[in-house]
Design a protein around this ligand. Structure first.
Ligand SMILES: [Ca+2]
Ligand SMILES: [Ca+2]
Length: 453
């Protein structure tokens, strides 16, 4: 079920492209126009101007509202109401100033149910996370040293690679998938924040912690962070998690490179969509071949489907940032079996065949695509040279955002610069991972398209 979570030692993050809104307003000193890009990436209350950072600009923004120089556009700037009391007052300014100074306070954020949850700010104590992808994210963000537990069995913890994840053999087992939550060890371990995906803690577990926090015996508090690490839920993905945890753990400076990187990719995609009539929406299907090279069986494939408002896997979360829509809809599941007839009926413009084969070369990937496309000879995608063979490690994980400009250059030929796309992938791995990119184009990370055959 959680096939998508077995991400290898690749690190880091993706995105939800939210239509960026450029808002122009006048500075207090008059004359200078300032453009703020509303991103919806940092969904903590206190991020008044809804950009990617929590800083003095938010205080300035709030002062304008409190002073009556500007009216509060609640829909565009929901996070301006730092204390979530429904109005903008001096109290919001005071609270944001506390956040900036790193002083203890309750910090609210939009959670994966699109409700409002809170944590005890700043998060400087021990943290328990889900699994590898969360370790990778923590390394990028700078809170890896706070990780004290994870949702794995003791056996699984013993098998973790200490080279990639130093100290991991000492992590406390807090719950393995499909195993009852071990509540007492969590409390005993001194963990103050549990973060992960819904499989790690469902509503029953969250209530368990909430009830514990209400007891006098608690003496301390355990917060549950309802932000995902390896998927998108209700439009919130690990990108929002990284941005939020960066602020919550006082590591905003550490996440700033990543924030800037994501921002750059998002801006380029948004600009291209806005400025070129040729970047038209296309339909796609993402076939999941897993570790079986390129197909699930001779007669049936499995597809990941993007469903708005649902829990989506990393691959379609990332691909959905491009002007792509799922050719096959399914109201129930995001992972469904499909036959070649289903594909011929849907006739997607683009077909992605996604694999988790890691001991492969670029030439292997080319050979695999050659074999794979035989099944699709009657499809529109085949006739238009729009079938791609891609690694889950690249497009399905936190690395996914890095692949988008290159994939766009292949799908909307002439509208994006392929070399710029490759440079951005390398830039990602060089900056945020330990992956050696000196031979990048000859590795399995490099996507293969029919034009490469
Ligand atoms: Ca801000
Ligand atoms: Ca308020």
């Amino acid at each position: 079920m959680d096939k998508k979570i077995m991400i290898a030692a690749v690190a880091v993050v993706a995105i939800v492209i939210v239509a960026a809104v450029a808002v122009v307003f006048m500075n207090n000193d008059g004359g200078n126009e300032e453009t703020e890009r509303v991103t919806n990436n940092l969904i903590v209350y206190g991020n008044a101007n809804n950009d990617n950072k929590l800083d003095s600009k938010d205080v300035d923004f709030l002062k304008k509202i409190v002073n009556g120089d500007m009216t509060w556009d609640k829909a565009t700037y929901p996070y301006a109401d730092a204390n979530v009391d429904g109005k903008i007052t001096q109290a919001d300014i005071d609270l944001v100033n506390k956040f900036i100074k790193g002083e203890s306070a309750i910090m609210y954020y939009k959670d994966w149910n699109l409700g409002i949850s809170s944590v005890h700010f700043p998060i400087t104590g021990k943290i328990s996370v889900s699994r590898e992808v969360a370790f990778d994210i923590a390394m990028i963000g700078g809170w890896y040293d706070q990780i004290a537990g994870c949702q794995k069995t003791p056996d699984e913890i013993a098998k973790l690679d200490e080279t990639a994840y130093p100290g991991s053999h000492k992590f406390i087992s807090l719950r393995a998938e499909s195993v009852a939550y071990e509540f007492d060890p969590v409390i005993a371990s001194g963990v103050t924040l549990i973060a992960g995906d819904p499989y790690s803690f469902d509503d029953a577990v969250i209530n368990q912690f909430a009830n514990y926090n209400k007891t006098a015996a608690a003496g301390k508090t355990v917060d549950c962070l309802l932000l995902p690490h390896s998927r998108e839920i209700n439009g919130i993905s690990w990108i929002q998690t990284i941005f939020a945890l960066g602020v919550m753990t006082l590591n905003q400076d550490n996440t700033s490179d990543y924030v800037d990187y994501v921002d750059k990719i998002q801006s380029k995609l948004e600009d291209a969509v806005k400025n070129s009539a040729n970047v038209k929406e296309k339909s796609y299907i993402c076939l999941y071949a897993g570790s079986s090279v390129y197909k699930v069986s001779d007669t049936e494939f499995a597809a990941d489907i993007y469903k708005a408002g649902a829990e989506n896997y990393g691959d379609v979360t990332n691909l959905n940032m491009l002007p792509l829509t799922s050719a096959i809809k399914n109201p129930i599941d995001t992972y469904i079996p499909v036959t070649i007839d289903d594909i011929l009926t849907a006739q997607p413009d683009v077909i992605f065949i996604e694999h988790t084969v890691t001991n492969a070369t670029h030439q292997d990937a080319i050979n695999n695509l050659k074999n794979a496309i035989k099944a699709f000879e009657n499809t529109k995608a085949y006739k238009n040279n729009q079938i791609y063979y891609v690694a889950y490690d690249l497009v399905g994980s936190t690395a996914g955002v890095s692949s988008l400009l290159y994939l766009a250059s292949q799908i909307w030929e002439g509208e994006f610069d392929a070399q710029d796309g490759i440079d951005n992938m390398k830039d990602y791995y060089n900056t945020f991972t330990k992956v050696d990119t000196s031979n990048f184009e000859n590795t399995y990370f490099m996507p293969v398209g029919m034009k490469d055959l």
